[in-house]
Design a protein around this ligand. Structure first.
Ligand SMILES: Cc1cc2nc3c(=O)[nH]c(=O)nc-3n(C[C@H](O)[C@H](O)[C@H](O)COP(=O)(O)OP(=O)(O)OC[C@H]3O[C@@H](n4cnc5c(N)ncnc54)[C@H](O)[C@@H]3O)c2cc1C
Length: 443
């Protein structure tokens, strides 16, 4: 009897899962395997929020597999060792895994290939709608600018989403470690798993997305990012459905999914961009741990910034506009190294992702792919524009909840000063500290 192993990594779903689909087609028995690798924890990536979300994902995957006759096999150890062990126990002759873009994923693939040779198949089309490296500009290995990338991406062949398997049998003798459990750091973390992700997706409509996605208080974005990060949802399936939905909201949503693919293809080609400047500008960053800590804790005295940082702490998630503002404030207004901010985000974000986090931070800091690297987002002007009534700030900064209207954005101007930190820097100096010997102000 032939046995195939479907090794789950960042593709914790049954729908549109190329590796699982191939394992089901190739083998009579299928081993759906997830390995809890201590290397993820020692790299600092298994944070409480993501570990709790992952625990939900694995429990949900196991329930779904049991409904179709199988079950999830969980093992703890180095991925390649555990795969070899399971292959030896079952006599498996094929192993299927999704292609990854991070250095960690690439190394894992290389080790598996070393041990398994032709028995390993690495499947594209799992992580992103258009796989990294499938479209490239002439003579280059990746796109460095989003607009031409998006033009090519929109024309690229994505293939049709695959159905979830209807039946599957797992060798009964195989043992599994217990499903993991973890306590989140953030009290309002979303529930993980493919079922929760598909429910959220079904309930959300992109119809007003183009008008409301930057409106902080409306909170009208999909909040699908953690499900995409863990692969509970397939990006290709989302793009496919949004294309059929059509309309300006769906188009704007598709564009954001293309940004996700864009960052993944940059990281695939430049894995060092996870830690090093993609385009170095020889910044001499300002160092001030007290300032950085005030930023982390949402005590900068700028309510729109503090609101974002407190949403992050409470939900393990932050609205995209708030991510842009808090990141710009740290790197452009305070002029701190983007790695300090990126590390803090990765500690708390439930969707914390090397490609999206590090490259968005670099985009904001001006060391990445932004074609206008000196742009500074003034948090006060942005607050007036994207939180015009101050509702987002009042929701997240209880000390200011009694202040009506948009005056909540400038508490230092109120005659009756609330108990709230004084601004960390002069509001007039928000356009940035000195950079390259010149002030960013006015550029
Ligand atoms: C400093 C900074 C750090 C970020 N860190 C992460 C991160 O670690 N993980 C992460 O998934 N996203 C990150 N983003 C991108 C973006 O903020 C989130 O993807 C988005 O806020 C998630 O909310 P949503 O699912 O409601 O998005 P929606 O607005 O509903 O968008 C749909 C999907 O498109 C993708 N997307 C949207 N905007 C972007 C973007 N700018 N770049 C890449 N993909 C995007 C996401 O997968 C998102 O789920 C970061 C952005 C900034 C500015």
């Amino acid at each position: 009897m032939t046995v195939s192993i479907a090794l789950f990594t960042q593709d914790l779903r049954l729908h549109d899962n190329p590796a699982l689909h191939a394992a089901c087609t190739a083998g009579k028995d299928v081993v759906p395997l997830f390995v809890l690798d201590p290397a993820v924890a020692s790299a600092g990536f298994a944070t409480p929020n993501r570990s709790a979300f992952l625990a939900d994902c694995l429990a949900d995957l196991d329930r779904s597999l049991r409904r179709i006759g199988g079950r999830l096999i969980v093992r703890a150890g180095t991925v390649a060792d555990e795969v070899m062990r399971v292959a030896a126990e079952t006599g498996a002759d094929s192993v299927h895994v999704a292609a990854g873009v991070s250095r960690f994923a690439r190394r894992r693939e290389a080790r598996l290939r070393q041990r398994l040779g032709p028995r390993l198949t690495v499947h594209d089309g799992s992580l992103t709608a258009v796989p990294a490296g499938w479209i490239t500009p002439a003579g280059k290995d990746h796109y460095a600018v989003f607009t031409p990338y998006f033009r090519a991406w929109a024309q690229a062949e994505r293939g049709t989403p695959l159905p979830a398997p209807r039946r599957l049998s797992t060798p009964p003798s195989l043992t599994s470690a217990a499903l993991p459990t973890a306590r989140p750091a953030s009290p309002r973390l979303p529930e993980g798993g493919e079922s929760a992700g598909r429910t959220r997706w079904r309930r959300w409509s992109p119809d007003a997305y183009h008008e409301l996605h930057d409106d902080l208080a409306a909170d009208a974005t999909s909040r699908l990012s953690p499900y995409l990060h863990f692969g509970c949802l397939s990006a290709r399936e989302l793009v496919d459905a949004a294309t059929r939905h059509s309309g300006p909201g769906a188009e704007a949503f598709i564009r954001q999914l293309a940004w996700r693919d864009f960052h993944h293809q940059v990281l695939a080609a430049r894995p060092a961009a996870a830690h090093a400047d993609y385009r170095t500008r020889a910044d001499q960053w300002h160092i001030d741990e007290e300032e950085a800590q005030a930023w982390r804790e949402g005590r900068t005295g700028f309510p729109i910034i503090d609101a974002g940082m407190r949403q992050l702490a409470t939900e393990g998630w932050m609205h995209n506009r708030a991510r842009l503002l808090t990141a710009s404030f740290l790197t452009k207004s305070l002029y701190h190294d983007w790695r300090i901010g990126a590390a803090h985000f990765l500690t708390l974000l439930v969707d914390g992702d090397i490609a999206n986090n590090q490259l968005n931070w670099q985009w904001v800091a001006g060391t990445g792919t932004d074609t206008r690297p000196n742009r500074v987002l003034n948090p006060l002007l942005q607050a007036d524009r994207y939180d015009p009534h101050g509702d987002y700030v009042r929701r997240w900064v209880p000390e200011l909840a009694h202040i009506a209207g948009r005056s909540v954005h400038r508490p230092w101007l109120l005659s009756d000063r609330p108990a709230y930190p004084a601004p960390l820097i002069e509001p007039g100096a928000l356009s940035g500290r000195i950079r390259h010997g010149r002030n960013l102000n006015g550029r």
